[in-house]
Write a protein that binds this ligand. Structure first.
Ligand code: PRT
Ligand code: MG
Length: 214
């Protein structure tokens, strides 16, 4: 049995066409189903539906053979035990630093001010500010980072931005680009060796579908 770990929402939506290209169709829509294990048209392939940030963990420990996870999530996880053979070019966005409109971020940097930063991406943020030689106090949040600077919890946020609509709606502005994010196919390293003849065609179909979508 090949188990594929996916999250609901934008990753599933953008993965469904890739699965279809590999001849894999879920029996139910994860959006409407409450089931956490979805059977597919193939007897030897099933999908499990997990939190986006948990996908690498399921694959690392072999509870799933394959997963699809954002680079943001993989950077925080660290990638232990995972092959990352393919950039799927889906769920694209940017990791950014943002502040309240009018907040003089550059002046803070040049004065060497110690900034308070809220983020879900503590490792990414720590590495980014360390590389810039900036001293920051990082405060971990699990969501709605945009609120932090509005209520005095922080001076800045590190978060994902796609359309920019959330920043605008909360009168925040992006001041620094940390990196480009997209979702990656990940494979358990031991499973890749043991199940190569089953995994290789799926990997190949995904790879062709991504190349065709360019
Ligand atoms: O389940 P859990 O809440 O823990 O996970 P999650 O919220 O990370 O899952 P999900 O499904 O929202 O995101 C899954 C993956 O999609 C992420 O890991 C990213 O790799 C990718 N992705 C792409 C995004 C975005 N774009 C994105 N815009 N993930 C989140 N956002 C959020 C962002 O954090 C911000 O709050 O959308 C808001 C900004 O969007 P705009 O369009 O207003 O700029
Ligand atoms: Mg979300």
């Amino acid at each position: 049995m090949i188990t594929i770990a996916l999250s609901k929402g934008r990753i599933f939506e953008e993965t469904a066409p890739l699965l279809a290209a590999a001849g894999i169709h879920a029996d139910e829509e994860p959006g409407s189903s409450r089931k956490l294990i979805l059977e597919t048209n193939r007897d030897d392939v099933r999908l499990i539906i997990v939190r986006a940030s948990d996908v690498p963990t399921y694959v690392q420990y072999g509870a799933a053979d394959i997963g699809i996870a954002g680079k943001d999530v993989l950077d925080e996880h660290g990638g232990t035990g995972l092959y990352q053979p393919l950039d799927l070019q889906i769920a694209k966005c940017k990791m950014m630093v943002a502040v309240r409109e009018g907040f003089d971020y550059q002046a803070c940097i040049s004065q060497g001010a110690r900034l308070k930063v809220v983020t879900k991406y503590v490792k990414t943020a720590r590495e980014h500010f360390a590389q810039k030689g900036m001293h920051v106090d990082l405060i971990k949040l699990y969501g709605s980072m945009e609120l932090g600077p509005l209520v005095g919890l922080a001076d800045a946020i590190v978060d994902l931005v796609s359309t920019g609509g959330t920043l605008r709606a909360n009168k925040l502005e992006a001041v620094e680009h940390i990196g480009d994010i997209s979702s990656r196919l990940i494979i358990n390293q031991a499973s890749m060796k043991l199940n190569r003849e089953k995994l290789q065609p799926i990997l190949g179909a995904f790879s062709d579908a991504v190349a065709g979508a360019k």
